[in-house]
Design a protein around this ligand. Structure first.
Ligand code: F6P
Length: 319
């Protein structure tokens, strides 16, 4: 393989730039040219493609967002859209593609692979919901953003003796809520993977209050319900002064943590190795701190699972 492409797609995630840098530098190190596709699959279809040099990825390892920009593209879900993308790739002499993104991006990479164009998927999303890897690029940075918010909210919650609901992202996965809730010492964590009981939550908060606790922090993953709705119901059930904070897109920005930069560098470089060795149609990941790769079609057929030991631990520690 003498020329590869790289794109970022779907919701951006801190560390995507570090992954792009790794792809470009690793490929050039092995005398392979790299073309950047700007604006995700939409940019691929319209041919927004430019050659990347070593200097194109200088000074980006510490930046959030993605220098290749990103998009969610409905048209690329169609066979015609995918064919248009393949034509653009062939027109530019590109023989393989690294796709950095979440599950929607993987589905695009899978479709291209099935139509004979080799792609390798690199998991980049704050949601940590990609099967075939324990961690996705951006998850750790998002966690640190959420923890910072929890710490600040706790200050004001204690001063005013309030209950706070903090709604976090994650789409259908509860990983952000669970990990941030555990690290932030939340009293209760609601995740889509586990049912909750309002009566039991209210009783637990009341007991804590009786013991002299001045604040309660409740993490709500967006995949469970709206934090605002939950806050109303909880206030009715407890009569406690309750406030809701929806963290939203601040979770997607910011300089990536060291963990995300290292993860992105390792995964981006591994994706290039696979393409160079003619192993397209793979998805890379990390398990027990070792790099792994799976058939992208099989990886997508698997289901992401949350760490229920952590969930149990969070319950035990927040009595
Ligand atoms: O997949 C990343 C994510 O931030 C999810 O956590 C969230 O549900 C979604 O994207 C929001 O998407 P958008 O930025 O398109 O509103």
């Amino acid at each position: 393989m003498k020329r590869i492409g790289v794109l970022t797609s779907g919701g951006d995630a801190p560390g995507m730039n570090a992954a792009v840098r790794a792809v470009v530098r690793k490929a050039i190190y092995h005398n392979v040219e790299v073309y950047g596709i700007f604006g995700g699959y939409a940019g691929l279809m319209s041919g927004n493609i430019q050659k990347l040099e070593l200097g194109s990825v200088g000074d980006i390892i510490h930046r959030g967002g993605t220098i290749l920009y990103s998009a969610r593209c409905e048209e690329f879900k169609t066979k015609e859209g995918q064919q248009q993308g393949i034509e653009q790739l062939r027109k530019h002499g590109i023989e393989g593609l690294v796709v950095i993104g979440g599950d929607g991006s993987y589905r695009g990479a899978k479709a291209l692979t099935e139509q004979g164009f080799p792609c390798v998927g690199v998991p980049g999303t704050i949601d940590n919901d990609i099967p075939g890897t324990e961690f996705t690029i951006g998850f750790d940075t998002a966690l640190n953003t959420v923890i910072d918010a929890i710490d600040k909210i706790r200050d004001t919650a204690t001063s005013h003796e309030r209950t706070f609901i903090i709604e976090v992202m994650g789409r259908d996965a509860g990983d952000i809520a669970l990990w941030a809730g555990l690290a932030g010492g939340a009293e209760t964590i609601l995740i889509p993977e586990e049912k909750y009981n309002m009566e039991e939550i209210a009783q637990r908060l009341k007991k804590g209050h009786e013991r002299g606790k001045r604040h309660s922090i409740i993490m709500v993953a967006e995949g469970v319900c709206s934090g605002v709705e939950f806050g109303k119901e909880l206030e009715e059930a407890t009569n406690f002064d309750t406030r809701v904070s929806v963290l939203g897109h601040i979770q997607r920005g910011g300089s990536p943590t060291a963990f995300d930069r290292v993860l992105a560098s390792r995964l981006g470089a591994r994706a290039v190795e696979l393409l160079i060795n003619d192993q397209g149609g793979r998805a890379v990941g990390v398990e027990k701190n070792h790099l792994v790769d799976y058939d992208i079609i099989e990886a997508l057929a698997k289901k992401h699972t949350i760490d229920l030991h952590l969930y149990k631990l969070s319950k035990e520690l927040s009595i």
